[in-house]
Design a binder for this molecule. Sequence first.
Ligand code: AMP
Ligand code: MG
Length: 489
Amino acid sequence: MFPEFTLRYARLPEHFFLRFDPVPVKAPRLVAFNRPLAEELGFDLDAFDADQAAEWFSGNAVPQGAEPVAQAYAGHQFGHFNPRLGDGRAVLLGEVVDRAGRLRDIQLKGAGMTPFSRGADGRAPLGPVLREYLVSEAMHVMGVPTTRALAAVTTGERVFRRVPEPGAVLTRVATSHLRVGTFQYFAARDDVEAVRTLAEMAIERHYPELAEVDEGERYLALVEAVAARQARLVARWMGLGFIHGVMNTDNCSIAGETIDYGPCAFMEAYDPATVFSSIDEGGRYAYRNQPWIAQWNLARLAETLIPLIDDDQERAVARATELIKRYEPLYEAEWLAVMREKLGLATEEEGDRALVDAFLEAMQAGRADFTLAFRRLGEAVEEDAPALLERFESDEGLRAWLPRWRERLAREDAGPAAIAERMRAVNPLYIPRNHRVEEALAAAAEDDFAPFETLREVLADPFTEQPGREAYAQPAPPTEAVFRTFCGT
Ligand code: AMP
Ligand code: MG
C-alpha cells in the first residue's frame, strides 16, 4: 500500500542527519487518516488495512524502501541562537513522488528519543497531534501553503507534560523539511560546502526556475524567492487572523509552508497585539509582528549564504541587506492583495490601503470577531445587515465606514450579488476556533473522537453554510474563551 520511496535527504553526506529508527510503541491504534492526501501521495487504498497502517504510522514497522533519519538543524528560538536543535522527536522516513510528480517528505513526529532530543522524551501527546492535524488541514483547505497531516496514531503509552496524557504520533507531509535553521546549522560550523548543497537542493526542489541563474546571482536569487514565498504566506495568515506563535528560524520553511503547529491559534476579537502562547512573554510573535519576524528570519537565512553571494564579504552583506529591505514592499503588496479580496475588490485603487485600515480600526474599536466581521460584511454589500452590526460592540466606526466602502464597490465591474459571492469564497465562515479545538482534544483524551470527527468535517468546507452547524461559526462564549495556549507539545 505504501508508495515507493525516492530517497533524497538520506543520500546527502552523513553529517546532514543521524540515521535513526523510530522507537516502537506499545499498542498503536490509527485514530485519523487522511484518505484524499494518501491518494494524492500514491498510496494504494484498495489494499488499505488499518492495523498495518497503525504499524507504519506509529513507527513500529518501517515501510519498505524507507531509510529513517533525524535531520540536523539549528535555530534562533525567541531571538537566541541554538547551534544544535535537530529532530528531537521526529524522523523523516523518506521522500515520495506524488501523483502530480512533486517530491514530498513523509515524517513521523513523536517517534521517540533521537540523539537530538536534549533530554526530552521524543514523544508527542495526543492533544497537540490532533491540533496540528485539524489546523494544518484547515489551513490547506483555506488556501494557505502548509505541511499536511496524513495520519494520527495513539501509542497506548502515556506521556508526561503538565499532567499525564495519551501518547500519539503524527505523520506529517511537507514539500520539504528544509528550514532556515537547517542552513544555520552548517553556517554556524563554517561549512560553506554544506550550505551550498542545501541551497542547491532547495533550488532543485522548490525553485527550479533558478536552475539556470549563474553562480554569481543564484544564491541571492534564492533568498529573494524564499522572501516572496514567506511574504505570500504571512499575508495569508494575516488575512485569517492566524497567529503561529513560535516563528523561530527552525520553524521557518524554505518552501514557504506553514510548519510546526504548536501554540498557534486564531484571533477572535480583533486586536493586532494579540498573543496566545504562554511562553511568548514579550509578545515577540504577536499577530502584528509576524510579517516583520518573517523578515528577520529571512535576514538570518541571507547571513548563512554570505560566503556564496560574493567573495567580497562587504559587498555580499550590502547586496543581501538591500534585498532583505525589498521584502517590505513585497509583503505590503501581498497583504493588500489579500485584504482587497476580503473586501470584495477585484480592481486596484490608490485609496484601498486606507479603506482597509479604516475597516480594521472600526473592527478593533468595536471588538468585532475578525472572521465573522469579514464574513458578514459580504451580506452588507447593499445595505446594513443586522448580522454584521451585531458583531460590533460599538458600531459608530463601522457605520461611518460602510458608505465609503459601498462607494468604492460601485466602481467595481461586478454587481452586488457577484461581489457578495466572491467575498464568501475568500472569507471563511468556519475556522478552527480555539475553544472548539480544545473541546475536541479534551474528548479525544477520554477516547471519544466524535467531536474531533465533527470538527474535521466542519472545517473541510469552511466557506459554505452548513445547516445545523451554526454554533461552529460562533466565537467562544466568555466562559470558554481561550487567551493562553501552552506549548507543551
Ligand atoms: P518545536 O518547538 O516543536 O519547534 O521544537 C524545537 C526543538 O525541540 C526541536 O529540536 C525539537 O525536535 C525539540 N523537541 C520538542 N519537543 C521535544 C520532545 N518531546 N522530545 C525531544 N525533542 C523535542
Ligand atoms: Mg520546530
